[in-house]
Design a protein around this ligand. Structure first.
Ligand code: HEM
Length: 719
């Protein structure tokens, strides 16, 4: 990857901002920043307009009303005398205040808190034999917009709460928009969409006092999931480290449902979609997540957008697990229509079919991230849905909610939602119509508009639902294959490493300890007894409650090593490294280390006792964090330079080192760094702690330690 710019994101602009209209020079309109992208300048009906790619809502440099009237003054309302009452006549005052009064739209009923970025997807062509979707043909590049989100919290809630994350991708293909609206967990709480309001009502804040915000650690959530045991598998994922990702850049994505692909010969196969981050899937530890919720509630949003600004473009591989389209839609005994079940990768390997690269931040959060509208029914020829009853309800829900959220039926005309291929629908009028339709015959068949628009018929270009036979009795029921609620929850538990199992136990203990009602805790312990005897014993011990009997014999299952996040080796691109300096540090060394790390694709933040600039020996170093603003949780690792005072050790340095050590993060230093570590009570011989002979020797062991994400043997595996 490219080396990172210097100075790093968040630094002041090169040219100091000015106030007032420059004279005599001609003022320039506002232009976007280099890291920003914007929706393509296509018309509401998908036609290229020829406008500049980043054409703006504003034009000119003079302040006007929304009707274009140039304004002489916008600071004083029109009054009857300087000290008199305001006049109703003041149309500018009324327009300004009225528009402001209506700036807010309803937040999403779920996934309200999110971050959107632009990018592109390049297909390897590996799926070309499975689907006729044009964007999956070899080497096709497709623009995308991606929105990552949490589920439970309101728009302003913290990023690092324990929750499922949304991973929604809008592909602007030449055959229309394809939306892959997934999560960072491959299974869901419910098997039938009719239960969605129930699970969300249970997980959202209590209706009487509207607490707690953005979390599941409360009575109503555990009341519901302990009664509704089909949620057990998803609950295991949510309580695991997957519930607190380190970064959106380091998070897997899953389409969850089984989809049906159709190739050019009309042959079908059943697939599950996966996104695999090139940086690996990594998580925070719980203490970090909690501290970050206060220290930097925007942690994930900032991490993603800073990485893009710095040129450390996040990448993910799209893959598919391919299963034969059999009549029973079962694979190795797993019901592919049950969204509480996944297919272990050992049974059906994930085959890579393309690469997503995120390259651009939004230009305007509201216009893009807030107004983007995903819909499971945004399909392209060659990709079809299945009869998964959760997916079926989703096909209805998204458009329905967007009618309210975006104020009418024309939200696909919003710039961020516009297809990049021609649109010729017969939908007309409605609130916020921005297209000016021509012709007189928006109906089919017609002769007055020459028959236009025509359907594709049997030409092969149009979308065709896979011709699946459907028979059945009208009934409200679920198949017997949906009855197994515990075997895959157990498979997940048994697939975790020791430290991941310990985190699961601690999460259950934390969440259930927050439940006031003892019967709810008891009931959930019975659920866990059905999953695994060791799991329930450890959670019960943490709660100080007796271990209940299981209702079912624990299933015999084969663990899936692919589910563990540990054991691999990953690049350090975009990792955030603190570089602690002190009064005795050589700035020549500090600057050299900072540049070496930035050149290696990491972001190196210089930390000093106070802010400002450090100057010595003809070298100037900008301080990015002082001891007041630095906190271990925003760092993946720390470098301690020579010359940091160890006696007395600043209590903030002591705190930072204690947290870094406890959280298993790499700590590398040179010179007197060993004394600083010793003063902070951190053993210098521990895994992931390296004292190099000089400044030039820190980068290599740092990258080595980061490739494992953490020094796992420093993170307690059992309490
Ligand atoms: C596999 C299960 C599900 C997954 C993976 C999923 C994923 C998502 C994601 C990623 C978003 C955020 C979209 C964005 O960024 O704008 C979202 C929003 C939403 N989801 Fe789901 N969801 C699931 C199940 C459901 C179900 C069963 C329903 C309803 C029956 C539902 C209703 C909604 C609604 C109403 C929104 C807000 C959409 C908007 O306002 O634009 N979801 N979902």
């Amino acid at each position: 990857m490219a080396s990172l710019p210097d100075p790093i994101p968040g630094a002041p602009a090169a040219v100091a901002p000015t106030v007032g209209r420059p004279d005599p020079a001609e003022p320039q309109p506002v232009v976007g920043k280099p890291d920003q992208q914007a929706p393509e300048p296509v018309s509401p009906t998908g036609t290229p307009t020829g406008a500049p790619v980043r054409s703006r809502a504003q034009s000119g440099t003079t302040l006007t009303t929304s009707a274009g009237l140039p304004l002489r003054d916008t600071d004083h309302s029109l009054k009857a005398g300087a000290r008199g009452p305001s006049l109703l006549q003041d149309h500018h005052l009324r327009e300004k205040i009225t528009h402001f009064d209506h700036e807010r739209i309803p937040e999403r009923v779920v996934h309200a808190r999110g971050t959107g970025v632009h990018g592109s997807f390049v297909s390897y062509g590996a799926a070309a034999g499975l689907t006729r979707a044009s964007f999956l043909a070899p080497d096709v590049e497709t623009p995308v917009f991606v929105r990552f989100s949490t589920v439970l919290g309101s728009r302003g809630s913290a990023d690092t709460v324990r929750d499922t994350r949304g991973f929604a991708v809008k592909f602007y293909t030449d055959e229309g928009v394809f939306d892959l609206v997934g999560n960072n967990m491959p299974v869901f709480f419910i098997q039938d969409g009719i239960k969605f309001p129930d699970v969300i009502h249970a997980a959202k804040p209590h209706p009487d006092r509207e607490i707690p915000q953005a979390q599941s650690a409360h009575d109503t959530f555990w009341d519901f999931v302990s009664l509704h045991t089909e949620a057990t598998h998803h609950v295991m994922w949510a309580m695991s480290d997957r519930g607190i990702p380190r970064s959106y850049r380091m998070m897997e994505g899953f389409g969850v449902h089984t989809f049906r692909l159709i190739n050019a010969d009309g042959e079908t196969s059943l697939v599950k979609f996966h996104w695999k981050p090139v940086l690996g899937a990594h998580s925070l530890v719980w203490e970090e997540a909690q501290l970050l919720a206060g220290f930097d509630p925007d942690f994930h949003r900032r991490d993603l957008t800073d990485a893009i600004t710095a040129g450390a473009y996040p990448q993910y591989e799209l893959g598919v697990q391919v299963m034969p389209d059999t009549e029973d839609q079962l694979f190795e005994g797993i019901d592919l229509l049950d969204p509480t079940k996944m297919v272990p990768e050992e049974l059906a390997p994930v085959q890579p079919i393309g690469r997503l690269t995120l390259t651009g931040n939004t230009t305007n959060f509201f216009a893009e991230t807030e107004q983007v509208a995903f819909h499971l029914g945004n399909l392209v020829p060659g990709i079809d849905v299945t009869d998964d009853p959760l997916l079926q309800a989703r096909l209805f829900s998204y458009v329905d909610t967007q009618l309210t959220r975006l104020g009418g039926p024309n939200f696909n005309q919003l710039p961020i939602n516009r297809p990049h291929s021609p649109v010729n629908d017969m939908l007309r009028d409605g609130m916020h119509q921005t297209a000016v339709h021509e012709g007189v015959a928006p109906y089919q068949p017609n002769s007055l508009d020459g028959g236009v628009p025509f359907v594709t018929g049997t030409s092969g270009a149009g979308f065709i639902e896979a011709p699946q036979p459907v028979t059945g009795v009208k009934e409200r029921s679920a198949p017997a294959s949906f009855d197994d609620h515990f075997s895959q929850a157990r498979l997940f538990w048994l697939s975790m490493s020791d430290v991941e199992q310990q985190h699961l136990v601690e999460a259950f203990v934390f969440e259930l300890s927050k439940c006031y009602e003892k019967p709810i805790r008891q009931r959930e312990l019975t659920v866990l007894a059905n999953v695994d005897p060791d799991l329930v014993a450890r959670v019960a011990a943490g709660l100080g409650m007796p271990v209940p009997d299981a209702q079912y014999q624990p299933a015999t299952v084969q663990p899936s090593p692919a589910l563990s996040q540990l054991g691999g080796s990953w690049p350090a691109d975009g990792r955030v490294i603190g570089l602690l300096t002190g009064p005795g540090s050589s700035l020549v060394d500090v600057a050299a280390v900072q540049h070496a790390l930035n050149d290696a694709g990491m972001t190196c933040l210089v930390i000093a006792p106070v802010g400002g600039e450090l100057e010595a020996d003809g070298v100037t170093v900008i301080v990015q964090r002082s001891l007041v603003t630095a906190r271990s949780v925003e760092l993946d690792a720390l470098i301690i330079s020579d010359g940091v005072a160890d006696s007395p050790l600043d209590p903030r340095t002591q705190l930072m080192l204690g947290e870094l050590f406890r959280h298993g993060k790499a700590i590398v230093g040179w010179g007197s760094a060993a004394e600083v570590l010793t003063a902070a009570g951190c053993p210098t011989e521990a895994t992931g702690v390296v004292i190099a002979s000089d400044a030039a020797g820190v980068a290599e062991p740092l990258q080595q330690a980061l490739s494992q994400h953490r020094a796992w043997d420093r993170v307690p595996a059992a309490t």
